[in-house]
Design a binder for this molecule. Structure first.
Ligand SMILES: [Zn+2]
Length: 236
């Protein structure tokens, strides 16, 4: 997946001398790089579907083409300002707090002489709705691409507010296609919160847990059927 492939109409092509096509005449920047309409894209899926891995892969792909980006996260499993992945990749990141303004972050970085072409926003469902509005403003007002990655729903199977706003505002929404399986073999769709071996359905929307069996609070991906019945399978 590349963002260029999904860009509308005006894909860059070299303009020859005398090429008077008007529609794409402004499609290249002063440095000769193709310009494209910036976009807000939301990639979502349950735990373990590889969201952070895909976020870092996308960052790598864009950086390799000479684009400059920032990686942001909130409540990464490392509990630090880093994006870490279950398969061992890691990248420094800006920790998003309630009062962090993404516009100010980008403008401040520009002011230091560092161009920012895109943001990779990992764990975006834990951001605030205001952050999502800022993402849209970065795209529309500043021509910065924003790629957000996160869960859609919480442990009760209800949308996170930021995820809802992303579904409402994003130019493109994609479910990540790496299948995660429930213990029964069906496709895993929902995250269950497990406390003392039981699925809980009430509590704070965000509680840090782990996916290892020994954690006090842990999360397990289940199919809808077993999320509804609370059946954690034979190993539980
Ligand atoms: Zn199941």
């Amino acid at each position: 997946m590349t963002d260029d492939a999904a860009s509308p109409t005006c894909l860059a092509r070299p303009l020859g001398p005398g090429d008077s096509s008007t529609g794409c005449a402004a499609a290249r920047g002063a440095d000769g790089r193709p310009l494209h309409a910036a976009a807000l894209k939301f990639f979502w899926g349950p735990m373990d579907c590889g969201k952070s891995t895909m976020a870092l892969q996308m960052n790598h792909n864009h950086a390799r083409q000479g684009r400059r980006g920032l990686v942001t996260t909130r409540i990464d499993r490392s509990l630090g300002p880093r994006v870490t992945t279950r398969i061992g990749l890691a990248h420094d990141a800006v920790e998003v707090t309630d009062d962090l303004d993404l516009l100010a972050l980008v403008r401040g970085t520009w002011a230091e002489g560092v161009r920012i072409d895109y943001l990779i926003c990992d764990e975006a469902s834990f951001y605030t709705v205001a952050h999502v509005e800022q993402m849209a403003e970065l795209v529309d007002g500043y021509d910065v691409d924003v790629y957000a990655f996160g869960l859609a729903t919480d442990f009760r199977s209800c949308l996170f507010p930021a995820a809802q706003r992303l579904f409402e505002l994003a130019d493109e929404v994609a479910r990540i296609q790496v299948e995660v399986l429930c213990w029964c073999g069906r496709e895993g769709l929902l995250n269950a919160r497990v406390v003392d071996g039981r699925v809980v359905r009430e509590g704070e929307q965000v509680v840090i847990g782990d996916t290892v069996d020994t954690a006090d609070v842990r999360y397990q991906v289940l199919c809808r059927r077993h999320h509804r019945t609370g059946d954690l399978g034979p190993r539980a």
